[in-house]
Design a protein around this ligand. Structure first.
Ligand SMILES: [Zn+2]
Length: 116
């Protein structure tokens, strides 16, 4: 794969990423605010109370240590200590857990047992 093809693949993969999928893969848990922002304890510095904010747009910022960036910055800073290349990132993003299947609808109401 050429560098250009790798860059295009990485761009496509990052376009399908969500914080939920990254956190699931890394075993992190976050609290969702009504605004949609996910808040968790910073993974880049030690802290007692959560100050790492992750927006649905893909940006993050820690109000404790000041680190900020996007999905790629988060993953490269955390998983590869800033020494990652396109191959490492593609590997990480391509093995993320799948998003929930929108076609997987709950069973039809007609099959539900009466509540009384
Ligand atoms: Zn921090």
């Amino acid at each position: 794969m050429s560098d250009r093809e790798k860059a295009e693949l990485l761009k496509r993969l990052v376009g399908e990423v969500s914080w939920e999928r990254i956190f699931q893969k890394l075993g992190l848990s976050a609290r969702r605010r009504t605004s949609g922002v996910l808040v968790l304890r910073c993974v880049f510095h030690r802290e007692a109370s959560p100050s790492l904010h992750c927006w649905p747009s893909g940006n993050f910022k820690c109000h404790g240590c000041g680190l900020q960036g996007n999905f790629v910055d988060f993953v490269s800073g955390l998983e590869f200590k800033d020494v990652c290349g396109a191959d490492d990132l593609i590997d990480f993003f391509i093995t993320l857990p799948s998003p929930p299947d929108p076609n997987q609808l709950p069973l039809p109401f007609i099959n539900a047992k009466p509540a009384f």
